[in-house]
Structures are given as C-alpha cells and as structure tokens.
Design a protein around this ligand. Structure first.
Ligand code: ZN
Ligand code: ZN
Length: 589
C-alpha cells in the first residue's frame, strides 16, 4: 500500500507551492489530497489501476494526474519544477515560529536567506527589521524562535512510535551491556498518548561500559551528553533518549522520580515533608537524621508515605493520591485480562488478512474469541459488503468455528452512521449479525448539534450495541468532527449502548509520521468520564486491518488504565461464556 508515500509527496508539494506563492486554492487542494489519501482505507494503487482515482472525494483530475505520475515514475513533474525554483533548505525555515510562506519568500528574495544559519546571521545583524512587513518586534520574535528551536531538538511523538523504539533499545542494552535491572520510565511508563523523550533507568556494576555503548548504538544520530552515569542521545528518528545508571538501592526512588508526572511528584514531596521526610531521585530520607528510610523499590516509598502503590498510568495528580490515602486504588485492567478483539477487518472488506489469519493471531495472543466487523455496503470506498457477501462470510466463519472450537469467531458489522442518523444497511437485516457496531465515516462537516443528534439516533437503535471511534479524534491533528460528549454519554446510559476505545495505529515507523492516522478514541479523559460520571461499559478495539495491528491492543489497554478502568468495565475482558450471554440479551437488560 503506497498511500502514505503519496500523501507525503503531496505534503511536500503543498509546502513548496506555498513558498512559490502559488494560488492558495491549489495549495489547499494539495493539503486536502493529503488528508483524504491518508484516510483512505484501500491501496491507492488499486484505485489507480482501475482508473478510479477521481472517485475519491477531494481528488479532481489535476490531482489524479499527479498521483498517476508519482505511482508511475516516483515523482511529480510540478514538484520537480518547484524544487528547481525553491531551495529545499527554505522548508526548514517554516519551523521557526512566526515564519509563514509569505515571509520566508521575502527573506529569500530580499536578503538571500536560504536556511536557519542565514536567518540567524541576518537577524543578529539587524537586517531583517528593515524588510517590508517585518519591523523590530518581528526580528526579536524570530531570534526568540530560533533559540527555542535550538533548545527543543525533538517533537512529541505518538506512543505507538516511541514505545517500540524504547523497547528495541532496552533489548539491545540487555543483550550487549552488563545491565542488571532496566526500566523504561517517563511518560511511556504512564502510557501517555504522546511522548516527549525516552527515559531509561538501569543498574549495572560497570556503568562506564553501559555509557560507552549507549553513545555508540547504531540508532544514534547525535550525542548530547555523555557522562559517567547519564548519557543523552538523539536517535535517527529524532527522539531524545536519556539513559541513567542508578544505584540498586536507589532504583525505586529513581523509577518513581523519573516516571512522573511532575504534578504527581510535587504532591508526593509535599506529603513527604509533612511526615518529616525528604523525597528525591535517590530515596526517601528522614529529615532530622538524614538517614535513608526507603528507595530500593517504589512500593516501600509509597508505603512509608502512607499510600497504596499507585500504577504509573494513574500518576497525573487527578485524584489518585487521595484515593491511595484511602486505600481506594482498585486493580486496573491488564492486557492479559483481554479475552477478545472487537473490531477487526478481514479481506472481505478492506483488511489485508483473511479471517483465518486474524483468528490464528488472536489465538496466539491468548484470546478466546474475536468479532470480525467488516464494513457494510454503504462504505464502498472500504469495500463494504452486501447481504450476499455477509452470508458467504457467515459460512466461512461457521466452518472455521467448527474447526477451531472452543475458540469462537463472531460475525459483527461496522455500520456507517449516515447524515440522518440511519445506518447503511436495512434495519430488518441487522438481526442477522451477532453484534452491530456503528460509527461515523462520512459527512463529518456537519455541526456539533447535527452530529450529536446523529450519534444519539444510532445509540437508540436497538440493534447497535457499540459506538466505535465515538469522537472522531485523530492524534496530532484536528478532530474529524465535533460532538457533545456528555449528551451522547447520557443517551447511552439509558439505551445501554457501549462505547469503544479505538486504538487504530497505522504508522509503524517514524518516517510515516507526517501521514500518520492515529486514534485513541475515546481518549483517557473521556473514557474515565464515561465510567465515573455515566456508568457506561466500554470496549477496546484495535480496528486492525492486518494481523500485525492486532498487537496495538496494549495501547487501548493503556488508555483504559489511564481512565482507571477495571476488568469489569470492559466488555472484551469477559470470558467467552459471559460474552455469549451478553450478546444473547437485548440491549435494555
Ligand atoms: Zn471505522
Ligand atoms: Zn473499522
């Protein structure tokens, strides 16, 4: 599938076209193309082969031609022309706050500024303030922006990218260096949805060897500092990684300190002081004697402070410390509690793997069942199925179920909620399915009121048990639509409708980040609200279109844990028998 490549090319084209002062409609059209191609669920090259590119909404003849050029020869003519016209280094100037295409163009034509160094030199000389449309204030701002840029070498990245990188570093350290204990701390350990940098703590009898190795790992692009106990590097993916060697009897204190969050730690230190202790990254110390009273494990630190141990995902100072004081921290849901995946696509619609392949993967993950929830006919762009095809699919599922017993495949469907709140399949046919899921995939430009009304209607549909990707959010990008979440939660409470924590993560490598399409929807805040304020049940679905993506369940569980959910809040933590029982009952019971 080359969708991401194509989208990236159009992004490049849009940026250069903007710098070249091209018609703003054109630039907008390129950006729109980026958006629709990113969101396209089927390979764009298939559409190209069938001459159906212009069927994609937002792709006109001109764009279609450019897509064909790219697929044929790996580049777009207009892009090559622009590259000759505009030095590529100009693009990096757009990273400076306050510099848009228009200003960059002026800087280039008037002062010959081609890159960050040129910009810095001219700004320091005071040459920029005299340009039309700039002035002294702007020049100052540019210098400030340049400094900020210098301090901040890396951006936040989605956890789906940061965690695998951190894990691969951990495994090479385990293999090649004399580490004893090793822990990924920081916001990754808290399963935050975006990660600023990676913090790794180790204990070792040979700290210098570890530091030498870290600085020379193949992933290193730049070494920021290399010391006796701390080394910071930037990876080729532009992520900062700090590796610290700590003393074994401070390991718990360091884990606690470097896991954060900042607000959580501030509160913990206040509690320590009230109890005449001092808490830092080395341990918990008695204020009077200076004697260390805890530090080897996190548990003993929390214990000395009169608290239950708090799972990292909860450490955001959002009530967890008070709960721990009152022994009210419940056992959170764990990945191993998950007994099935609810939201899976197969080759029947736009998935890459067969039902049998998805099933084998599910079995290898220890699941007892899955729901195959392919798209219905209304979503032709995702190869949605007709009733006839669903019947064929049913036969295949029956055959597999006979073979794989006691494992069970359920036949679900992912319905599209239409603009009027109806779904894209006849109401009388919905009882054919074991379970109906529904979500918005089209007509997202409606007002908040209209979308809320639309989802409410689906919530009240007696056959629809689950609303998938309910809020239309895409990480690192604008939400696809707006919705009154309290309103729909309230409706769902009386209709007994379940909401999804969708953890679709398409980008498995950093290069694709520009064109990534990451969802954690519901997010942690809304998932917690669904449970605490409205008493709703949730479902965690990977929305996997391939066996590989089924492993993303852990990110959904991360959201659930950040939302303080326990096993009993999540329907796919039910075992097979409980789940069949749940399916057999009408929604209202
Ligand atoms: Zn969907
Ligand atoms: Zn889906």
């Amino acid at each position: 599938m080359r969708n991401k490549d194509v989208a990236n090319k159009f992004y490049e084209l849009a940026e250069l076209a903007e710098l070249a002062n091209e018609n703003s409609f054109k630039v907008k059209a390129y950006l729109e193309a980026v958006r629709v191609i990113e969101n396209l669920l089927i390979p764009i090259e298939d559409l190209a082969k069938e001459n159906k590119l212009t069927d994609i909404k937002g792709v006109g003849k001109g764009i279609a031609e450019k897509i064909m050029q790219y697929l044929d020869k790996g580049t777009i003519d207009r892009l090559e022309e622009l590259k000759k016209e505009i030095p590529e280094s100009l693009l990096e100037l757009s990273r400076v706050p306050g510099l848009g295409a228009k200003r960059i163009k002026t800087l280039y034509t008037q002062l010959g500024i081609k890159n960050i160094e040129d910009l810095k030199r001219e700004a320091e000389k005071g040459n920029i303030r005299n340009l039309e449309g700039f002035g002294e204030k702007t020049e100052e701002k540019i210098l400030e922006g340049l400094n900020a840029l210098h301090d901040k070498k890396t951006d936040r990245v989605p956890i789906g990218i940061a965690l695998p990188i951190a894990e691969s570093i951990v495994s090479i350290l385990e293999e090649h260096t004399p580490v004893n204990k090793i822990l990924i701390a920081g916001s990754i350990r808290r399963m935050k949805e975006t990660i600023g940098d990676i913090d790794i703590l180790v204990t070792s009898n040979e700290p210098l060897d570890v530091m030498d190795f870290v600085a020379s790992m193949p992933v290193v692009k730049e070494v920021i500092v290399k010391g006796d106990t701390k080394t910071s590097i930037i990876t080729k993916e532009n992520l900062q990684v700090d590796v610290r060697v700590v003393e074994p009897d401070s390991f718990g204190a360091a884990a606690q300190y470097f896991t954060g969050s900042k607000q959580h730690n501030v509160k913990l230190r206040e509690i320590a002081i009230k109890k005449s202790f001092k808490l830092n990254e080395y341990g918990l110390f008695d204020l009077d004697s200076g004697r260390k009273v805890a530090g080897k494990t996190e548990e003993e630190i929390y214990d000395m402070l009169g608290l239950q141990w708090i799972p990292p995902e909860m450490r955001e100072d959002s009530g967890e410390i008070e709960a721990a004081q009152n022994s009210q921290i419940n056992k959170l849901i764990e990945l191993s509690d998950i007994k099935g995946d609810f939201h899976l696509h197969s080759t029947y619609s736009d998935g890459a793997n067969t039902i049998e392949e998805m099933t084998l993967k599910a079995q290898s993950m220890g699941y007892e069942y899955i729901v195959i929830s392919d798209h219905a006919i209304g979503l032709s762009v995702a190869k949605g199925l007709t009733m006839e095809r669903f019947k064929e699919q049913r036969e295949e599922i029956d055959r597999l179920n006979a073979k794989l017993k006691p494992f069970k495949i359920f036949q679900g469907v992912e319905l599209n909620i239409l603009s009027n709140g109806e779904v894209d399949f006849p109401l009388e046919d919905l009882k054919f399915f074991d379970i109906c899921l529904a979500g918005i995939h089209t007509g997202m430009e409606q007002s908040v009121e209209a979308i809320t009304e639309r989802i409410s209607k689906a919530i009240n549909n007696p056959y629809i048990k689950v609303i998938v990707h309910p809020t239309g959010r895409v990480m690192g990008s604008r939400d696809l639509y707006g919705v009154d979440i309290d309103q729909i939660f309230l409706k769902a409470r009386s209709a007994h409708t379940v909401f999804e924590i969708n953890c679709l993560m398409k980008s498995n490598n950093y290069k694709e980040i520009n064109a990534s399409f990451e969802k954690l929807d519901l997010n942690d805040v809304n998932a917690r609200k669904a449970k605490e304020k409205f008493g709703l049940l949730l479902e965690i679905g990977t929305d996997a279109h391939s066996t590989e993506s089924m492993s993303n369940m852990r990110y959904g569980v991360g959201v659930a844990r950040r939302a303080w959910l326990t096993k009993s809040d999540v329907i796919n933590a039910m075992n097979l028998e409980e789940f069949e029982n749940f399916l057999s009952k009408p929604k209202s019971q």
